[in-house]
Design a protein around this ligand. Structure first.
Ligand code: NAD
Length: 240
């Protein structure tokens, strides 16, 4: 990562007043949460079924016990802390420069860093609801439950408010995302392989001045970037 590109990024941030950040699992790897598609990501570890299968709606319905076994073991990181990227993004929002974070992550680390306008396209592990009576449960309740988490009022199964494969995205979150992205003068895309749709398609609404891509591996949008940074996103933001 050369200093010239960081300088260019810095100057573009100074010149922008409506920054939107669009991120994915790569934003949290420096906080110790594995992503899906890196070499040490979940897709390259060996399971009985591929991870896409295990985090699908069908699997949740048909093999609920195995779903929760995988989910609790591989997708919950209650002790993870925000890294330099989460923290700098929260600072930029406080300064009034950044207007929204759109994330595919479900870990809640942007909020933990202090960000307010966080649009969670794929939900959050911190919200869980009884499928029968809709009572709310926090992450701690799910972690402490034995096997399949059950409602302490009615005995119904508790489902995490996480968008599983085969499930649709929340239309109001999509509308707010489109609104922010279409008003942005800078869109920073970071830590995402941009292969999960419809989420990745939302960046097409950007028509502002600076498209910035920060990722370790190449992405399908590298060719469109005004500023392309191949590197660790926490390191990049700590140099801003
Ligand atoms: P992905 O695993 O497909 O891609 C992650 C990308 O980030 C890769 O291209 C990788 O090269 C890059 N990357 C990894 N570490 C990085 C770093 N430190 N700095 C810069 N780039 C880095 O992730 P995705 O595109 O978000 O799609 C996967 C889906 O998995 C999402 O829908 C998300 O909901 C879910 N997921 C979420 C979490 C989380 O909440 N932390 C973790 C795993 C998966």
């Amino acid at each position: 990562m050369d200093s010239e590109v960081i300088e260019k990024f810095k100057n573009a941030v100074d010149d922008s007043n409506y920054i939107v950040f669009f991120g994915g699992a790569g934003v949290s790897t420096e906080s110790g949460i594995p992503d899906f598609r890196s070499t040490d990501g979940l897709y390259n570890q060996k399971y009985k079924y591929p991870p896409e299968t295990m985090v699908s709606h069908t699997f949740y319905v048909q093999r609920t016990e195995e779903f929760f076994e995988f989910y609790k073991d591989k997708m919950l990181f209650p002790d993870a802390e925000p890294n330099a990227a989460h923290k700098k993004l929260a600072e930029l929002e406080k300064e009034g420069k950044l207007k929204a974070i759109v994330t595919q992550n479900i870990d809640g680390l942007h909020q933990k860093a202090g960000s307010k306008e966080v649009l969670e396209l794929h939900g959050s592990v911190h919200r869980n609801y009884c499928t029968k009576c809709h009572k709310f449960f926090d992450l701690d309740y799910v972690i402490k439950s034995d096997g399949v988490p059950k409602c302490d009022d009615c005995g119904g199964i508790i489902k995490p408010d996480v968008v599983l494969y085969e499930e649709g995205l929340d239309s109001s979150i999509i509308a707010r995302t489109i609104d922010h992205i279409s008003h942005a003068d800078m869109l920073i895309i970071g830590g995402t392989s941009l292969v999960v749709y419809p989420a990745a398609g939302l960046i097409d609404y950007f028509k502002g001045k600076y498209l910035v891509v920060i990722n370790m591996a190449p992405t399908p949008r590298d060719k469109n970037a005004d500023i392309l940074i191949n590197g660790k996103i926490g390191e990049v933001f700590s140099r801003l």
